[in-house]
Write a protein that binds this ligand. Structure first.
Ligand SMILES: *Cc1c(COP(=O)(O)O)cnc(C)c1O
Length: 409
């Protein structure tokens, strides 16, 4: 039988496990605890000998249903979801790495991930930040202690595209965990598994949930990394099938012990949101394309950053790797045009820090999300004071164009 489509599989996934009353959505289960008639059964659940639920911090049926959806979308072997995307990243790093380990990270990073990696450095985990658009820079940073390479697919806000395929080959040859943040592309535009990713993080808050009404994050194991090559797996988790060692340690040390669990209501919102991911993303990408082409012709706009533009440094790489070029773009205004005044003239586009919403959102990045990191690091990331990042939504394109005309008038 032909492989079913992304949307078809996602829409029908909750029905596969024969849910109560034939409901089409997995029910929202608020219960924190689960009772067992046979106390031996409870013990077996604790010991991992039987599937089942014990306590809401570790697992919940509504959350499990979302995990299965994410896992199917990323074509992985197992997924774990968390309260936020940052919880997914921090719990994974802290459960897999130890003091003395070394990480090579892209220097073009989501601001809070950048800040988190600074915290890891204070805990004795070394992090080298490199220009991940060139595999040679990643390779040059690898040391004896390197355990993991972290990159984003399309970086924010200047839209650099990492050399995803070559870094994947490098990680495979050096037996390193390849941890890819797929938030900007989402599994609709790109499957990191196809370039050899070991672990994938998605902020479900963004495109997958898609409506700015629930926070969440996920980690997916693609099954490509051989956990037998990884010394940091604790003995207690080495009894199961080796393919599941990593995800088991992330679930126990990360989710259970650090405790950033996703609630069932949020899981429901995110699951429903995910059903329209390809429809929303296609429209948001086409809006981004149209707006960036318009921006390129404007005298008051100095630079336009979007992988869909032919003069973008990684345009051909993005074309090869992704189904479309994403729905994030940034502009630098010419000197004398104030970014706050520019934004304040817009009627439909909202000044807001989120992205991946159905609504088009914009933010002056140097003064907000990248304020804390300081001018020097901003300059190294290519972030000008006048830069504005746009996250296109699904409005009719003419309404968005009209806003740019107002702002430029
Ligand atoms: C938003 C975001 C995160 C963090 O996700 P939250 O759900 O907000 O915690 C991580 N990486 C990228 C690329 C993001 O855009």
């Amino acid at each position: 039988m032909a492989k079913k489509g992304f949307t078809t599989v996602n829409l029908h996934s909750d029905r596969k496990d024969k849910p109560e009353h034939g409901v089409l959505h997995k029910a929202i289960h608020p219960s924190v605890a689960y009772g067992y008639e046979d106390s031996r059964h409870l013990a077996e659940v604790f010991q991992g000998k039987r599937a089942g639920y014990n306590y809401g911090r570790q697992l919940n049926p509504t959350v499990t249903a979302l995990q299965q959806r994410v896992c199917a979308m990323e074509e992985g072997i197992a997924s774990v979801v968390f309260a936020t995307g940052m919880a997914a990243i921090s719990s994974t790093m802290l459960s897999l790495l130890r003091a003395g380990d070394h990480v090579v990270s892209s220097e073009f990073l989501f601001g809070n991930t950048n800040s988190l990696f600074g915290t890891l450095q204070n805990l004795g985990i070394e992090v080298s930040f490199v220009d991940a658009t060139e595999v040679a820079k990643v390779e040059a940073a690898i040391t004896e202690n390197t355990r993991l390479v972290f990159v984003e697919t399309i970086a924010n806000p200047a839209t650099q595209v990492a050399d995803l395929r070559k870094i994947g080959e490098l990680c495979q040859s050096k037996k390193l965990i390849y941890f890819v943040d797929n938030t900007m592309t989402s599994p609709h535009l790109f499957l990191p598994k196809t370039v050899g990713a070991s672990l994938i993080i998605n902020s479900l808050t963004k495109y997958i949930g898609g409506h700015g009404n629930a926070l969440g994050g996920s980690i997916t194991d693609t099954g490509l990394f051989d956990w037998q090559d990884f010394d940091n797996i604790l003995d207690i988790y080495r009894s199961a099938e080796p393919a599941l060692w990593g995800v088991t340690q992330i679930k126990k040390k990360g989710l259970r012990d650090m405790g950033a669990s996703l609630g069932p209501e949020a899981a429901h919102h995110l699951a429903v949101g995910s059903e329209t991911l390809p429809l929303r993303m296609d429209r948001a990408c086409s809006n981004a394309k149209l707006l960036t082409e318009f921006c390129c012709q404007q005298d008051k706009i100095k630079n336009v950053y979007y992988p869909g533009l032919e003069d973008h440094p990684q345009h051909s790489r993005a074309r090869q790797l992704f189904k479309n070029f994403g729905a994030i773009f940034s502009i630098d205004l010419v000197d004398g045009v104030d970014c706050f005044d520019f934004l304040n003239k817009m009627e439909t586009i909202i000044s807001s820090s989120n992205l991946g919403d159905t609504r088009t959102l914009a933010i002056p990045v140097a003064h907000t999300i990248y304020y804390e990191m300081g001018a020097e690091r901003r300059a190294s990331m290519g972030i000008a004071d006048s830069m504005i990042r746009f996250s296109t939504g699904i409005e009719e394109s003419n309404d968005l164009l009209a806003d740019f005309e107002l702002a430029l008038a």
